[in-house]
Design a protein around this ligand. Structure first.
Ligand SMILES: *Cc1c(COP(=O)(O)O)cnc(C)c1O
Length: 379
């Protein structure tokens, strides 16, 4: 059986470095904070070319801490895509804020400036663009709308670390460094994954960095003086040590993912029932997921059959995401009814194939042959 993500092969390529770094932490017994965490913070700041990185316990915490640091208050509206992972909107609900769910672009799966504009009300305070599956949302347009309306922008960059966004004047910024805050996750299967949970908050604003640092550390300004209600959210030293080894490989990992995506694209170019993932003209794609759309008259049925067919051949496939946010039980309170047409269609038709840094032409061939075989059999 193949895997959606092959973490074992990736580990085996760097195991000597990883093992040595972990042993150093064990021998130092500095498990919380300390040199490994500080080094990772600096390494990531340098890699992303961002002023402040605040490591924390996971990507969901990163989003929550960012929203707390911006001083968002119950009743404030926060615009989010309806087609995303639940964490993006979950923290909004948890803080008593109001998630305003919008539709997304059918090709990039991301929100655009137009979606944001249509969702703004006098209560809107922030926008959370999600760089879904590995490429940036239309940041230039979204930042412009945000600026016009005095809104905060928090990038959910859990799936696009390392992606580059090109502004129309030619300057390039890393995903997660353009908004007031960027938030990312080091969950093992993410493009930069640790061996447990981890996350980070990025910002170029000194005052927001100070606020986020304080909130992540029990709202503490100096030891045992607590100015605000905060949380306890730390990246531990073993995870930081692992990330220090993996960060220099991130660009190679992303290049490998991109090559795998190119090979998938080529193999499916003549399969009429499949649409390959669109590439944004303004963003590189780091392919956290390789997500196709099925365009048969009954995509749900085709997708179920394809999934079963592949399963039999030992090939996994996943559906990210099968249910719009507004149809999740947890979000009923914030939904006025009705459906968002693109989100509905995507939930019915998207289909993700194995994607990771260790895919070989041989394995890709096996996967694409099977998918092509399925559709050839249908013709
Ligand atoms: C993974 C992910 C998160 C949450 O990260 P965790 O580290 O699992 O808390 C948030 N948003 C998106 C889009 C994600 O993919």
């Amino acid at each position: 059986m193949l895997q959606m993500v092959d973490l074992k092969k990736q580990y085996q390529r760097i195991d000597a470095d990883i093992n040595r770094e972990i042993m150093e932490v064990l021998q130092s017994t500095q498990f919380i904070g300390g040199p490994k965490v500080n080094a990772f913070r600096e390494n990531l700041e340098k890699y992303l070319n961002v002023k402040h990185v605040i490591p924390c316990a996971n990507g969901t915490d990163a989003l929550q801490i960012a929203m707390m640091a911006l001083g968002l208050k119950p009743g404030d509206e926060v615009i989010v895509p309806a087609f995303t992972y639940v964490a993006t909107a979950e923290v909004i609900g948890l803080l008593g804020l109001t998630p305003v769910m919008t539709d997304v672009d059918p090709d990039t799966f991301n929100i655009t400036a137009e979606h944001v504009k249509a969702a703004i009300t006098p209560r809107t305070k922030a926008i959370v663009p999600v760089h879904l599956f590995g490429q940036c949302a239309d940041m230039e347009g979204i930042l412009e709308v945000a600026h016009e309306h005095g809104l905060f922008v928090i990038e959910d960059n859990a799936q696009a670390i390392g992606a580059d966004y090109m502004h129309s004047d030619g300057h390039v910024r890393k995903a997660g460094t353009m908004g007031h805050f960027g938030c990312t996750s080091f969950f093992p299967s993410k493009n930069l994954g640790c061996y447990g949970d981890g996350g980070a908050i990025m910002t170029n604003y000194d005052e927001f960095a100070d606020a986020a640092r304080m909130i992540a550390n029990h709202g503490q300004s100096r030891q045992y003086y607590h100015d605000k209600i905060g949380v306890n959210s730390r990246l531990d030293a073993i995870q930081a040590a692992i990330l220090n080894v993996k960060l220099p490989h991130l660009d190679t990992y992303n290049t490998n993912r991109r090559s795998a995506a190119d090979a998938y694209d080529a193999a499916f170019s003549d399969v009429a029932a499949l649409s390959a993932p669109a590439r944004s003209a303004k963003s590189t794609h780091v392919f956290h997921q390789y997500t196709l759309k099925i365009n048969t008259p009954d995509p749900v049925k085709t997708r179920d059959e394809l999934k079963a067919y592949l399963q039999e051949k030992g090939i996994p496939a996943m559906i990210y995401y099968p249910v719009p946010l507004y149809k999740q039980g947890a979000f009923q309170h914030w939904w006025h009814g009705g459906e968002l047409p693109v989100t509905e269609q995507l939930c019915k038709s998207v289909f993700s194939l194995p994607m990771h840094s260790e895919l070989t032409p041989d394995v890709i061939g096996k996967i694409t042959d099977a998918v092509r075989g399925f559709f050839a059999g249908k013709a």
